[in-house]
Design a protein around this ligand. Structure first.
Ligand SMILES: *Cc1c(COP(=O)(O)O)cnc(C)c1O
Length: 422
């Protein structure tokens, strides 16, 4: 916890982070992170931590992971120059195309990495949680690929809202379990997945979907997503050099942390995370955890959270289901504290506008989550003309078609305006 008399040396913490020394041995990113789990889970957490530290640097494990990323995921993903968007914004805009990865988003990098890890650690079944269903689909696919049975916990409300993804998970062989406790969405699904894991921590592996949860998950997920930043950096270096600014959307924070890590040591590069500003600034109307959250414990880690004056975790809102979470990864909380990453918000309406512009000018339908990053970059470009900008295109928007159908396409001609008004 941050105690009033505890001295936080921001420069030192940032240095340690850049040098790869965080999280520390207790799983902390400065004051954030750690392990707030039931005692019964500690042996499983210890075993997992040992496995992560042994296998991630292991040559034979890396060979297996790299070949799955190449042959099955489709890495390296492309770096795309957004030429027409650049012209429209007065900037030089580049996309790192995680939307082109297998199953349509960055989540597969983490899912296949952890599925391989589970196999090496001798697990015989996988449990996972999912909100919008994207991590559930990636987990189901990865489990099929490595040959492990997969149980996906999903809130009852999310099952109703995301039925195409439920069908995809089932097709891919997963057992989707409906969670009707708590808020009946992602938060309850995570609680249920942890409960399952506690009941059989030896044979079961918990495949967590973002850079959140108890140590070693935030570290493990970051390491598995860091491939995004490494690739983007070397691709940019052969296409005219490093960017002035890097943008990514932040839900739990996995695509952002993976992209940012490639540039953390370059002080001249602005790193900007974009959270969901939703429909307004009131608690409950957005999911801007870093922007307006307070320190606390959720799902096994000490980080920033959205809760009310009674300490009740808040319901959040965002047009994009993948950003709709009241917590955020502990490493982002530290990056905010030390000032290395700036966190801004994009409202639902701004994300929808950015999505439309990206469709019309670049022929790419981004995910609604991703559209927040584009909206943040667009806003920043207006006061930083001529800047070179990298945007993490975390996923594709095909999954969002049912939601998008509620928002008429805005066009500049009068006929379109009439349609929109009708
Ligand atoms: C899940 C998801 C996100 C948000 O998750 P992070 O862990 O913050 O990356 C962002 N974009 C897409 C396309 C997603 O599916």
């Amino acid at each position: 916890m941050i105690r009033p008399n505890e001295e936080i040396n921001e420069k030192k913490l940032l240095r340690a982070l850049v040098d790869g020394k965080l999280p520390d041995a207790s799983g902390r990113f400065g004051p954030f992170g750690g392990r707030y789990v039931p005692e019964t889970l500690m042996p499983a957490i210890e075993r997992l931590t040992e496995g992560v530290h042994r296998l991630l640097p292991d040559e034979s494990f890396n060979h297996k992971l790299t070949s799955q990323l190449k042959e099955w995921v489709g890495r390296p993903t492309a770096l795309t120059h957004a030429a027409r968007l650049s012209k429209a914004w007065g900037a030089d805009v580049w996309f790192k195309r995680e939307d082109l990865a297998h199953t349509g988003a960055h989540k597969i990098n983490n899912a296949i990495g952890q599925a391989l890890l589970a196999k090496e650690l001798g697990a015989t079944r996988i449990v996972a949680e999912t909100g919008a269903g994207q991590h559930g689909v990636a987990s189901a696919a990865a489990c099929a690929r490595v040959g492990l049975p997969c149980v996906v916990y999903m809130g009852e409300l999310d099952i109703q809202r995301q039925s195409p993804n439920v069908d995809r998970m089932k097709r891919l062989g997963a057992n989707v379990v409906s969670v009707n406790s708590g808020d009946r969405t992602l938060r309850a699904a995570i609680d249920e997945a942890i409960r399952d894991w506690v009941s059989d921590p030896v044979d079961t592996y918990y495949l967590l979907g973002s850079a959140v949860g108890p140590h070693p998950y935030p570290f493990l997920v970051r390491e598995l997503q860091a491939v995004i930043g490494r690739e983007a950096r070397s691709q940019l270096e052969t296409h005219g050099g490093l960017p002035d600014a890097v943008f990514a959307c932040v839900g739990g924070g996995s695509n952002a942390i993976g992209l940012f890590h490639g540039f953390l040591g370059e002080e001249n590069i602005s790193l900007i995370g974009v959270e969901a500003g939703g429909r307004g600034d009131d608690l409950g109307d957005h999911s801007a955890t870093l922007g307006s959250g307070r320190p606390g414990v959720l799902h096994g880690a000490y980080s920033l959270l959205l809760y009310d004056d009674h300490g009740q975790i808040q319901e959040t809102h965002s047009v994009s289901a993948g950003l709709d979470y009241p917590g955020v990864g502990p490493e982002h909380a530290l990056l905010k504290l030390v000032g290395r990453v700036k966190y801004v918000t994009a409202k639902d309406s701004e994300a929808l506008d950015a999505l439309q512009e990206c469709c019309e000018l670049e022929g790419i339908l981004p995910a609604l989550e991703t559209a927040h990053a584009i909206a943040g970059a667009r806003h920043w470009a207006s006061t930083n003309q001529g800047a070179r900008i990298l945007i993490g295109l975390s996923g594709r928007g095909d999954k969002d078609m049912p939601i998008l159908s509620q928002y008429p396409i805005k066009t500049n001609d009068t006929e379109g305006a009439e349609n929109a008004a009708a």
